[in-house]
Design a protein around this ligand. Structure first.
Ligand code: ACO
Length: 428
């Protein structure tokens, strides 16, 4: 028999169905709440208890540290798949056949040019502009060069829009970095794979032929896979909610990039390295910073620690920690910041404050260390995250449109002034 929840308000009882997900997650379906109770609403700032949608893309269990894309474990995907395969899986629901993957790759390559006029827009930004702001603006500007909303009832139109953004986004991301470094803009090389080409577009020099580095490209590929989706996080919810107004795909993605930029979300990877650098410059006293993080009078938080959902461990952090050590070893890099990171994690993992609150290193704690080892500038870290998250955002936007979800429009409880009569300036 299907489960039901009963709510009692002032002696009146209301019944609500409980829906069950494929992984036995339960959710009280309150769609009829306001109607049956005469306008009573729920309040849940930060949506800590609120499901915004049903989704078949990503499953995560924060208690057990499980993360799966379309049913496949993140551990297996990180080891055996490449980023383009994972992107296809997330967006279209199944791992591609060799033929489908080849077509996807070719179609992306075919679209990997950006209107030359976009360069003038990029030129207008100061060199000091943060790449995330530039990337969000350029993604939004793409709409002007690719007008017309996607016809979501046409699979072909959907596919074409997806291929376009998968192709142009890495070009724009690489350009944001090249602009800061005063390097000529580069278009990459369509004989290279998606991730290799991204690396080339970021790092190629005008006077040198590009040499691919297997270790670097494999590490990048893995990082992008680990960041590719994470169900209804802040930026993904932003993409879905903006898209729910039927704003186009590129507009929704541009909003998602802005959401990701914040230091409590994707911006944490930059904040982690800045924090580790600050600790190093301050003599490397990790205990001092642990105390600061625990002090409620001090706004300092241990960046890269804690997660809204993972209350056991972040499976991505586990993979990345091993990867960070391998990459640094393979590239022969000794980074004192990695030692500080390890020291900090060790102390925090044994400290009662962190243990009690279930605060563990998250994906961002180690990703910055790898990015640094790969020569990626700190202010580009969150852009790398966005490059990885792109297929997840697209998949979530596509799912939301295909399911014909209603416009996202939360309620509130008003706590402002009651009615008051207007007073003219002379009466105030
Ligand atoms: N350092 C110190 N204390 C912390 C930290 C931290 N990093 N994170 C949480 N806490 C404490 C809070 O002060 C709070 O303590 P209290 O119960 O005594 O008041 C308790 O742990 C719960 O914290 P909340 O902020 O309520 O947890 P929430 O789920 O809202 O926040 C978040 C999660 C934003 C990730 C938080 O842990 C944080 O700010 N971490 C640092 C930033 C970071 O690494 N963000 C990346 C997240 S992963 C991602 O976006 C890919």
């Amino acid at each position: 028999m299907s489960k039901k929840a009963t709510l009692e308000i002032d002696g009146n009882k209301y019944e609500f169905p409980i829906i069950e997900g494929t992984e036995k997650e339960l959710g009280i379906d309150i769609k009829t709440l306001r109607g049956v109770t005469g306008g009573i609403t729920t309040i849940d700032p930060g949506f800590k208890n609120t499901g915004s949608c049903e989704s078949g893309i990503t499953f995560l269990d924060g208690e057990k540290g499980i993360l799966r894309y379309r049913g496949y474990s993140i551990e297996e995907l990180a080891e055996k798949a490449d980023f383009l395969e994972v992107a296809y899986l997330l967006i279209f629901g199944e791992l591609p056949t060799a033929e489908q993957l080849d077509k996807f790759d070719k179609d992306i390559k075919e679209e990997s040019h950006v209107d030359e006029d976009m360069k003038r827009i990029l030129d207008g930004f100061p060199k000091s502009a943060h790449p995330m702001g530039v990337l969000s603006s350029l993604t939004s500007a793409l709409i002007a060069f690719n007008p017309g909303s996607v016809d979501v009832d046409s699979e072909e139109a959907m596919y074409n829009a997806i291929v376009k953004i998968m192709a142009k986004f890495p070009v724009l991301a690489a350009w944001t970095m090249r602009k800061r470094k005063s390097l000529p803009l580069d278009y990459g090389d369509s004989s290279l794979g998606y991730v290799e080409n991204l690396h080339k577009m970021m790092f190629s020099r005008p006077n040198k032929s590009y040499e691919a580095n297997k270790i670097v490209n494999e590490a990048l590929d893995k990082l992008l896979i680990l960041h590719a989706d994470h169900e209804q996080n802040c930026s993904t919810s932003t993409v879905r909610i903006v898209g729910s107004s039927h704003a186009g795909l590129f507009a929704s993605l541009s909003a998602g990039i802005s959401a990701l930029w914040g230091p409590l979300h994707g911006g944490a990877n930059q904040a982690v390295i800045e924090m580790l650098e600050a600790i190093k410059a301050d003599g490397g006293d990790t205990a001092k910073y642990i105390d600061k993080a625990k002090d409620k009078e001090d706004p300092f938080r241990l960046m890269g620690f804690g997660h809204r959902v993972y209350k056991n461990f972040d499976p991505r952090a586990k993979i990345i920690k091993v990867s960070a050590e391998e990459v640094l070893g393979d590239l022969g890099i000794e980074d004192p910041v990695l030692d500080i990171a390890k020291g900090l994690a060790k102390v925090a993992l044994e400290d009662e404050y962190f243990v009690k609150r279930k605060l563990y290193p998250n994906v961002d704690f180690y990703s910055g260390i790898i990015y640094r080892a790969l020569g990626i500038p700190t202010e580009m870290f969150t852009v790398m995250f966005a490059l990885g998250r792109l297929p997840g955002w697209i998949a979530q936007w596509r799912e939301m449109r295909l399911r014909k979800e209603p416009i996202g429009r939360p309620r509130q409880i008003y706590t402002g002034e009651n009615f008051r009569a207007f007073k003219s300036v002379s009466e105030r």
